[in-house]
Design a protein around this ligand. Structure first.
Ligand code: 9WN
Length: 445
């Protein structure tokens, strides 16, 4: 691929991004980070493919197709497909024991939950870089598995035909400790966590955790919350990862607004992929797709989109970046778009480096703590894409430029950035930051 002509400083940054991706390349999958996340993650691989397409479209296509190796007979594509590695990951196969309930298409071990369905988006972006015949061949390989995944999302996770799919763990949202999820998850804290917390706050639990050796604990979720998430995994395991059984447990069930927004956009891409290879989307799925577009309108109050509790159908009135993703889905009525642009560029979301994951005036806001405030490059990318399709080109360009600037100022591919001072946090060799930087540089106007 010809390298776009870039100023020296950005060319060097691009080289850093390429070397991070090479360093995290495990053959036809890419791990999100060399130490923190040594396996394959669903939405990470999609964002990674969107960057890899600028280096090697076939390799990018392989990144996407490799996700099908983790597909369950039910159609689910898991959030993590475990790689053949002895590297430590805190929520590894032993925590899930999915081999007791199913097998995956490629025989790999996996988790028992999914992640935002970014596959169709990534496939279309990669397809744009291919010849017509290579793209058609790629789409033909991907389509049957991708179709089954979208069908599974509705049949398994929208049993009441709401048009919105429900998630069974905050890890499915990809925004692990976002306040919306933590609030609804905390009542499920194990008794021991509650007792220890009373005696000594989270400090007593810190010694027991193993996920925060690479990055300071205050950049991750609290120990109490982490042990609660492990407890939810135990509940899911006991319910054989089957939604009908899960419904009867204490597991929080959320119609997550960001996940459903991503699904709505993915449905459009899936429809385009099918049309290109002469396939017809089954009528049942077409109907679910239509219902989703209508149903997401039930999540908005006074111009703000929220997630909803599946059990009680009440809105979880916590304003976070998740509520901005309907822009990416293209489902925001035109007369509300400018209001949302105003919100995301306001000091509440601190537009200087992109969009804070939680507004600065929220009591839960912490500038360097994971999904509780930091700016994430993938969120900026999604929102900018939505703004562009709404014709808000200046806002989209500003957001993209700010994103490149914040990465450039840090000089490294951090997992997330403080919205207050742009300092990097989490892993500093994070694949999707590297990949999306490549995409931002290659597509800049
Ligand atoms: C759990 C891999 C993943 C991302 C998520 C991010 C984080 C995992 C963890 O890392 O979650 O899935 O162990 O904290 O929150 O979005 O996909 O990069």
């Amino acid at each position: 691929m010809p390298v776009p002509s870039l100023p020296a400083e950005l060319a060097a940054l691009r080289e850093t991004a390429v070397s991070v991706l090479r360093g995290n390349d495990l053959g036809d999958i890419t791990r999100p980070s060399p130490t923190l996340y040594p396996h394959q993650w669903l939405w990470d691989s999609c964002f990674i493919a969107i960057g890899l397409r600028h280096l090697d479209p076939q390799r990018a296509a392989a990144e996407i197709l490799s996700l099908l190796r983790g597909q369950w007979p039910s159609g689910m594509i898991p959030h993590v497909i475990f790689a053949e590695t002895t590297d430590f990951y805190h929520a590894g196969p032993q925590r899930w024991r999915c081999d007791r309930v199913t097998t995956t298409a490629g025989g790999a071990q996996s988790t028992g939950v999914t992640q935002p369905p970014m596959i169709a988006e990534a496939a279309v972006r990669v397809g744009e870089m291919m010849t017509d015949s290579a793209r058609a061949a790629f789409y033909r390989q991907l389509y049957p598995g991708l179709l089954r995944f979208h069908q599974w999302l509705y049949t398994e996770r929208d049993p009441d035909d709401d048009g919105l799919v429900s998630l069974v763990h905050s890890w499915e949202s990809g925004m692990d400790n976002t306040p919306t999820w933590m609030e609804i998850t905390r009542p499920a804290a194990p008794l021991a966590v509650r007792a220890l917390r009373r005696i000594n706050g989270d400090d007593a639990l810190d010694a027991l955790r193993r996920d925060s050796k690479e990055v300071p604990p205050d950049e991750r979720l609290t120990s109490g919350d982490l042990f609660t998430l492990y407890r939810i995994v135990r509940e899911l395991r006991g319910a054989h990862y089957d939604f009908r059984e899960i419904r009867r447990t204490i597991v929080p069930l959320v119609q997550d607004v960001a996940f459903n927004a991503i699904l709505i956009r993915a449905n459009e891409h899936l429809t385009a992929i099918a049309a290109e290879i002469g396939e017809v989307i089954p009528a049942g799925l077409r109907r679910s797709m239509r219902r989703s577009r209508e149903a997401i309108g039930q999540l908005v109050v006074d111009g703000v989109y929220y997630s909803r509790d599946f059990r009680t159908r009440t809105l979880l009135r916590h304003e976070t970046i998740a509520g901005l993703l309907p822009l990416y889905a293209g489902v925001v009525p035109e007369d509300r778009v400018d209001g949302m642009v105003k919100t995301l560029t306001s000091p509440r979301y601190c537009a200087r480096f992109g969009v804070a994951s939680v507004p600065l005036d929220d009591p839960a806001f912490l500038p360097r703590c994971y999904w509780q405030g930091p700016v994430w490059v993938n969120m900026n990318w999604l929102i900018a894409d939505g703004l562009e399709r709404y014709g808000r080109l200046d806002a989209a360009d500003d957001l993209r430029r700010n994103t490149v600037d914040v990465i450039a100022a840090s000089g490294a591919m951090y997992e997330y950035y403080s919205p207050l001072d742009g300092s990097g946090a989490g892993s500093n060799r994070f694949s999707w930051t590297a990949a999306l930087l490549l995409d931002l540089l290659a597509t800049a106007r």
